[in-house]
Design a protein around this ligand. Structure first.
Ligand code: SF4
Length: 267
């Protein structure tokens, strides 16, 4: 059961230290996709949601402050979003993301949209006009694996969305994220999309509390054959797997002349 509330906010943009971006914009607090591995669940403690499960609440932000916002973000690189999915399931009804796009469309800025959903196709018209970039995240071709972790768009639809965006002339980014050790096959994912992706991002699975134990339990239950390796990586903090994978991805991208970025973090 999703707990939905509308909350007034002063602004939806925040300054960021994300490399290459000046501002991030998050249309919602919380995310109805509720991915088991989501790092953004830390915001529960700052938004009066401490006692709720991630994925079971969402605040629909209501704001004005248009003029102030426009002045601040004009001409800047903006990332949408970092602690919610702008096209998570409630966007279909509440259209906060669409509203923000319409505002941003009126000014000049460089927007990159990050999502796991094919609902982004609804906004092709405006994204195209804005010359926005769109990143779609995929970390496996196995629908069962993905549906065990996320309440989001089936993988086949995400590939179709990337193709459609590309066919419409929109710059596409395939974000291979999060990379699950021994499960995510980055080569088969990149290979499948190579004809309609302009850039690749690679992010490792970085586990922090409180979701670390949930993900490790998921692995123990559904992929017991990898449990010992996950313990080695996430409990004993053995970085060898990531060291070799990083090297392999770099070699692969160079060999295939792919434009890419890598963001591997370890806690
Ligand atoms: S879609 Fe993104 S923001 Fe939403 S729960 Fe999943 S990882 Fe977190």
């Amino acid at each position: 059961m999703l707990n939905i509330k509308e909350i007034p906010v002063g602004n939806v943009f925040s300054k960021t230290s994300f490399k290459g971006y000046s501002y991030v914009v998050n249309p919602y607090t919380g995310c109805a996709s509720g991915c088991l591995y989501c790092h953004a669940c830390f915001i529960k403690q700052f938004t009066n949601h401490e006692d709720e499960e991630w994925g079971e609440f969402i605040d629909i932000k209501r704001w004005d402050g248009v003029v102030r916002t426009n002045r601040a973000v004009q001409g800047r690189n903006i990332l949408m979003s970092t602690v919610t999915d702008p096209y998570n399931p409630v966007e279909k009804e509440y259209k906060n993301t669409r509203r923000i796009l319409e505002r941003l469309h009126e000014i000049s800025c460089n927007l990159t949209v990050c999502t796991r959903s094919d609902l982004v196709l609804r906004d092709i018209d405006i994204l195209k006009d804005m010359n926005a970039k769109v990143s779609i995240s995929i970390n496996s071709l196995n629908e069962n694996f993905v549906s065990g972790l996320e309440n989001s768009t089936p993988i086949a639809n995400r590939f179709e969305a990337l193709k459609k965006l590309h066919d419409e002339g929109i710059y596409t980014i395939l974000c291979v994220s999060p990379i699950f050790p021994y499960i995510t096959n980055f080569k088969e994912i990149t290979e499948k999309a190579k004809d309609y992706v302009d850039e690749y991002w690679f992010e490792n699975l970085n586990l922090r509390q409180p979701y670390k134990n949930k993900v490790l339990n998921f692995i123990r239950t559904c992929y017991p054959e990898y449990a010992a390796e996950y313990d080695k990586i996430y409990l004993n903090k053995d970085r060898e797997y990531w060291f070799f994978l990083k090297h392999e991805i770099m070699q692969y991208c160079k060999k295939n002349k792919l434009t890419y970025k890598m963001d591997f973090r370890h806690n």
